[in-house]
Design a protein around this ligand. Structure first.
Ligand code: ATP
Ligand code: GCO
Length: 204
């Protein structure tokens, strides 16, 4: 299974990625590490990226997703994935065509949408140190955002909860959709999980 952790800048993708990967033991791909240098420079100058700027980056992440699927691996990818067309590009390497087009979802790939109020994210971005992305770009992120529909294999995570709570919410969602191939393994092997035990619906 591939889990794409998505949301605007400052929604907590990096935070939860780390927390989740520790618990799940899945391979991690931090989307920001794959931006072309020009994109980083642009964001650091306080300019929002355009669709054109994002295309090479999204295609690069599509390649990673594709390779992980081919390897039959479980992996987490973080990516803002703000627009539906971007998510389609991540899944299929192309935007949907006007007629017919790609299906909204791809088997085995799920989106965890980190969702929360503008003000809270703004406060977190202002408090965040040593990052090139300024809080001033947040409005442009919200302007671009097209929240994912359920049909896109997406579920929403409330960022007002603590990081460990959010990680647990995501794990629970994965197990609920029945695609968490690592679920049984880590449920029984992780001390963290053993303390809490599996959700009632999968109790042996
Ligand atoms: N649930 C949370 N509770 C408290 N603080 C949080 C929470 N989630 C994230 N933060 C804090 O908010 C800030 C932004 O989080 P993070 O850097 O993970 O966001 P991001 O989505 O990866 O942003 P970007 O896309 O700009 O890299 C960080 O300083 C992080 O510690
Ligand atoms: O689509 C975008 O505009 C970008 O992905 C941003 O979200 C940045 O990657 C990130 O916020 C920088 O840390």
């Amino acid at each position: 299974m591939i889990l794409v952790v998505m949301g605007v800048s400052g929604s907590g993708k990096a935070c939860h990625l780390t927390c989740l990967s520790l618990q799940l033991g899945w391979r991690l791909h931090e989307g920001d590490d794959h931006h072309p240098w020009e994109n980083i420079e642009k964001m650091a100058r306080g300019e929002p990226l355009t669709d054109q700027d994002r295309i090479p980056w999204l295609l690069q992440l599509h390649g990673i997703i594709q390779r992980e699927i081919s390897a039959g691996a479980n992996a987490i990818v973080t990516c803002s994935a703000l627009k539906r067309a971007y998510r389609q590009m991540l899944l299929f390497g192309e935007t949907p065509r006007p007629c017919g087009g790609s299906p909204p979802a791809r088997e085995g790939v799920w989106f965890a949408f980190l969702h929360g109020p503008f003000r809270l994210i703004q406060e977190r971005l202002v408090a965040r140190k040593g990052h090139y992305m300024s809080a001033d770009l947040l409005q442009s992120q919200f302007d671009a955002l097209e929240p994912p529909a359920d049909a896109e294999n997406a579920f929403t995570v409330d960022i007002q909860r603590s990081v460990p709570e959010m990680a647990s919410d995501i794990e629970r969602a994965i197990s609920t959709v029945g695609l968490g191939e690592g679920w049984n393994t880590y449920t029984w092997s992780s001390p963290h999980k053993a303390l809490r035990g599996p959700p009632a619906e999968i109790q042996p």
